[in-house]
Write a protein that binds this ligand. Sequence first.
Ligand SMILES: [Zn+2]
Ligand SMILES: [Zn+2]
Length: 271
Amino acid sequence: MDCGEATQLQLKRYKLRAQRINNIFISHLHGDHYLGLMGLLSTMHLMGRKEKLNLYGPKGLSEIITMQLKYSETVFNYEINFVEVDTTIHKVVHEDDFVKVYSIPLNHRVPCSGYLFAEKKKNRRIKKDTLPADFSVKNIIRLKHGEDILDEEGNLLYKNAALTLPARRSFTYAFCSDTKYDESIIPLIKDVDLLYHESTFMDEHAERASITYHSTAKEAATIAKKAEVGKLILGHFSVRYRELEPIRDEARTVFENADLAIEGEEFILED
Ligand SMILES: [Zn+2]
Ligand SMILES: [Zn+2]
């Protein structure tokens, strides 16, 4: 999600392989959200990427990329599938075996979309220690789908529950990049497990936030509270704040389970 200038450096720093990225979601075309994209796409090309890459973003993104390629007379050796996201509606923009991704219309100075990631229903988990040694792959798939195992005549051989554990819970994550306070997103992100919401300013600069189409920590927390999310992560802090803890503390006065999105920090969602 989004691709700021230092994205490649951070991928390297946290030992994440760029070639494993198959889908990139860009929220809007302010530089701090996509200026790292051309470099990343070029590196993928130079590293010999062959697999198609899906690139989601507002109108204009494909034009920007295509123009840069045109004037550098470069043809990537992999295909980019541009998916133009309508930033005014909430709809599915991506779906695969594991996750469905929806757009979230945000309220910013330029067209801007957040993204909601909803994991699909997961398979039951095999109890490896109880599994008979000669069990076929076909039967393992049946178990994962919750079916009992029958013999050829249709007699019960194994009850599913004897060999499997319930599936893990499916989680939801909403990424709301630049936006001013806007309650219209609340029904779209209702009950998500994790919400990233920008909080560029603190309450003392609420007017500045409104003029620049950004949010305060208090406003982000209010959205989190009204949407009854599990956890709130705050980010996109104005450089005027040397200390970030006060931003988190301000949010916590409204919504307790709030943290700062510090680079490299991991947030684990548990069953
Ligand atoms: Zn912006
Ligand atoms: Zn921004």
